[in-house]
Design a protein around this ligand. Structure first.
Ligand code: BTN
Length: 324
């Protein structure tokens, strides 16, 4: 099917919002015959769309294919720039690597790199991030904020809030473990890795890598993470459409990002704190150099964790693995 006709047809269905469109109406809008409409509908079926056909009512999309291609994400996307440029590949080593290249090549703000599978997904603290095909959201978002370099960690917290809000919208209660692990019932469902392209005094790009376990079953997880990881599907008991979830994350993120650029970190900090599960608790923080035990008493205005040891000494933690 020609891309423009396919796009127009999908837009008509999107406007109908799950309702029926008559064959006559489609043929008028697309300027083609009823037979051509029927052929286009068959093509959509071949692409994985479930289309219901009812006499006198016409056609309606009963189920979209669960793919994270640019087409699926663009249809119904409500943002101005986040997600407007999508680089989709079936398999990549790491979306972070591709986004970093695009960052140096001058890709616009809001560019997203997404893949069905990563063969060398990267996590925080040089860990590997398991990213099997077709089950999760593995994506990197490129931002170009005009902020001082030391404030970049704030964007990590902003990203965590955007994802937490989108997951809550599908009815799951989440918590954020500093800085940005999203947990459901104590198990990790989302990890975020933020990387910078910057001179000492200027940020060129921030690459926010987000990994979300969406439709995995417990048996999909490697044995070493089986007890500490979960997915949205395990938690809701239903399959979650990944493209729709991405659209919600982009919409939340763009709204928060605009607020942040205009008014600073205050609102984001309050929202982040409303999800925080580590604050006020006894924690163990493993940094590169030492392990500290104490109470997490809050975060600074730059998003740095404040830990108070029993003897009253205060530590500012920029990067660590936290155990609650
Ligand atoms: C963590 O360790 O918790 C962070 C995990 C971040 C994983 C995502 S998946 C998309 C992007 N590409 C990568 O290689 N890593 C990030």
């Amino acid at each position: 099917m020609q891309t423009s006709i396919r796009k127009q047809l999908l837009e008509l269905f999107s406007k109908a919002d799950g309702g029926f469109l008559s064959g006559q109406m489609i043929s008028e809008k697309l300027g083609c015959s009823r037979t051509a409409v029927w052929k286009h509908i068959e093509d959509l079926r071949k692409e994985g769309y479930e289309l219901e056909a009812v006499r006198r009512l016409g056609y309606r999309i009963a189920q979209k294919p669960d793919k994270v291609t640019a087409n699926e994400i663009h249809l119904g996307l409500e943002t101005e720039y986040i997600g407007r440029h999508i680089h989709f590949q079936e398999t990549v080593d790491s979306t972070q690597k591709i986004a970093a290249r695009l960052g140096y090549e001058g890709a616009p703000e809001g560019t997203v790199v997404v893949a069905e599978e990563q063969t060398a997904g990267r996590g925080r603290l040089n860990r590997q991030w398991y990213s099997p095909s077709g089950t999760g959201i593995w994506m990197s978002i490129l931002l170009r904020p005009n902020i001082p370099v030391h404030q970049a960690p704030q964007l990590t917290l902003l990203a965590a809030v955007s994802v937490a809000q989108a997951i809550e919208e599908i009815g799951i209660t989440v918590g954020i473990k500093w800085p940005n692990d999203i947990l459901i019932g104590g198990k990790k469902a989302v990890g975020i890795l933020t990387e910078l392209q910057a001179d000492p005094d200027r940020i060129h790009a921030v690459i926010v890598g987000i990994g979300i376990n969406v439709n995995q079953q417990s048996y999909h997880f490697a044995s070493e993470i089986e007890n500490i990881a979960t997915s949205l599907c395990i938690e809701t008991g239903t399959h979650v459409n990944r493209a729709t979830l991405m659209q919600r994350i982009f919409a939340n993120m763009e709204k928060l990002y605009k607020e942040y650029l205009q008014n600073g970190f205050t609102v984001i900090k309050v929202l982040w704190e409303s999800y925080a599960i580590s604050i006020g608790k006894e924690i163990k923080a493993r940094t590169m150099h030492e392990t500290l035990i104490g109470t997490a008493i809050g975060i600074t205005d730059d998003g740095v964790l404040i830990l108070e040891e029993k003897n009253g000494s205060i530590h500012y933690i920029h990067s660590a693995d936290i155990e609650i």
